[in-house]
Every structure is written in C-alpha cells, then in structure tokens.
Design a protein around this ligand. Structure first.
Ligand code: 8YV
Length: 306
C-alpha cells in the first residue's frame, strides 16, 4: 500500500524522529509538488502563510513543531476547517532555562568574559569590571502562559521576587500581578518576555516600557522579536537607558540588525531556546502522535483551539 504524502517544511529532531516520519509517510519537501497533500508539518517560527496555505487545496491538518502560532494563517485554517496541532508544555522547561541563562549571561558578563579571555585581554592584565547579581533582583514576566509560569517557578525557586502581567490577573497565582507592561517594568529589574507573538503583542515593549525598566534594568526575549520595538531597544542599550539585553529571537531571522550586533551588553543567540535534545525529542513525538491520530480519525492529543 502506498504511503500517505506529507509536506514537511521543517525537520524533526533528533534525526531518529525524522526517520520515523519517513518510515510511515511519503515525505514531500516542495510545496509546489503538494497539491494533493492533506497534512503539513511546519515549525513554530516558520508557520504557514495564507499564500502558501492557498496552494494546498486538499489540506486537512497542520502539525506545528512548536508553540508559536504567529506565523500561521489561523483565520484561513479556521475558515477551511483545517485542524491544527502544536507542542505545548514539553518545551517550557527548555525555554525557561534559556531565559535564565541569558539573564545570567548578561548580568554576570559570561559572554563578554568569554570574549575577554579569548581575545587575550585577561592575559594582558586588563580588567573586566564588575557584573551584577541576578538572583537578588526582582523579575518581571511579560506573558504568563505556560512558558512564563514555568520560568516564574524557576526564578521564585531561586529566591527571586516575581511580578507578572497578563491579559487579566490569574487567581491563586503565586506571583504579583501588574496591570500592564509599564507597571511591570517599573516594578522589576529583569524583564522577561515570554508573550505569544502576533499583532496583539507587536511593539508591546516600547520606549516607554524600557524607560520604566530604567538604567539598571535587563530585558530578556525568548518569545518573538517583534514583541520588542527593536529600534527603541537598540537606542536604550546605546544610551545606557537600560543595562543590557539577552535576545534569542529577532524581527527577521536569521538577520540581526547591526544596531543590536554593536550594542553594549547585548547577548545574542540564534533562536535556540527550545533546542535541547530532550525538548526536541518530546516535541517530535507529539508531532508524530498528532499526525498519527489525525490519520486514524482519533482526537488530536494537543489540538490548537481555533
Ligand atoms: C522553535 C518556536 O524554534 O515553539 C516555537 O514557536 O519558535 C521554537 O520552539 C521551533 O518551532 C522549532 O521547530
């Protein structure tokens, strides 16, 4: 019996998981050769644009390897009755760890110290200057979803006082609610951005929020680049309006603007927050489970509510 064709716009990692997909399905890579395809596999950061979705008249299901849905035309999916799945929860720890790592790297000059040693400055008896402690400072979580709450658990467990903002106050939350991003920035020293991307949150961290964070403040972004106004951020870093930034996500990846490449105390990583073998394995497993369930006519394990 011939295998069902699947359009895979992204790879499943570790490699064995991609092999499993290829064992059970006929994996197609070219969208222009996929008019008959009913299932698409894509990544959170890649999504599926409205234009590309329109090239797939037979499409019935989109399996997202990730949690971000901002690059997916959800309105078209809903209109056409296309089922969508994602991979919630299994990546939260990895992303939260990365946010913590970026905050430590910024405040304790880890990346800068590495460059200092490698460039021979330490050997030349130069001094790096003092960093700041992270854990005795106040954390702010912008976007108190699964990832934000996992990060809050980690930070609270390490002794930080944690504030958050979200669309509404969460009953029984162990952290302190702030009504909006400015109030959150005013109350914290380290602003962690974990909000979902998309038009609702675009530019949410603007010049006003950065000014409220202040010259001792750090901003960490493991969500989506556009949640922060990049120009305002580069300006705040250059002028000392804030103390530093740790960024894993950018407006137009993989391009990073020169203004951030040149900004002082800015630690940059290539969108790797969920890229641990543990998280990626569990994500791939969920993708396969969702596809298998769709093909068998069973309810999807982790459907997206459209
Ligand atoms: C991944 C992500 O980089 O979950 C998301 O939305 O952006 C990341 O976890 C990506 O989706 C990997 O497939």
């Amino acid at each position: 019996m011939s295998k069902l064709r699947i359009l895979a716009l992204a790879d499943l990692k570790p490699a064995g998981m991609g092999d499993r997909l290829a064992r059970d399905y006929d994996v197609v890579r070219d969208i222009d050769d996929a008019a008959d395809v009913t299932i698409v596999l894509t990544a959170g950061n890649l999504g599926l644009s409205g234009e590309d979705m329109a090239k797939l008249p037979a499409l019935k299901m989109i399996a997202v390897n990730g949690v971000g849905l901002d690059a997916l035309d959800l309105a078209q999916a809903k209109r056409r009755g296309i089922a969508v799945s994602s991979t919630p929860d299994v990546l939260s720890l990895a992303v939260a760890e990365m946010a913590l790592g970026l905050a430590l790297a910024c405040s304790r000059q880890i990346a800068e110290g590495d460059r200092f040693v490698r460039s021979g400055q330490w050997a030349a008896h130069r001094k790096l200057g003092l960093g700041r402690s992270l854990l005795d400072r106040r954390a702010g979580i912008l976007g108190y979803g699964r990832i934000g709450r996992k990060l809050a658990d980690l930070l609270r467990g390490l002794g930080m006082q944690v504030f958050y903002t979200a669309r509404s106050e969460k009953p029984h939350a162990p952290d302190i609610y702030c009504a909006d991003a400015v109030a959150l920035a005013r109350n914290c020293d380290v602003l962690f951005v974990t909000a979902a991307g998309g038009s609702d949150t675009s530019g949410l961290v603007d010049a006003q929020v950065l000014a409220a964070l202040g010259s001792d403040g750090l901003v960490i972004n493991v969500a989506r680049g556009p949640v922060i106004d990049t120009q305002a951020l580069a300006q705040a870093l250059q002028s000392g309006g804030i103390a530093g930034a740790g960024l894993d996500v950018f407006d137009t990846e993989p391009q990073v603007p020169q203004s951030l490449l040149e900004a002082p105390n800015c630690v940059l990583t290539p969108h790797i927050a969920s890229a641990t073998s543990e998280a990626r394995h569990a994500m791939a497993q969920l993708v396969l489970d969702n596809i298998d369930a769709h093909v068998a006519g069973r309810p999807l394990p982790t459907p997206v509510d459209l």
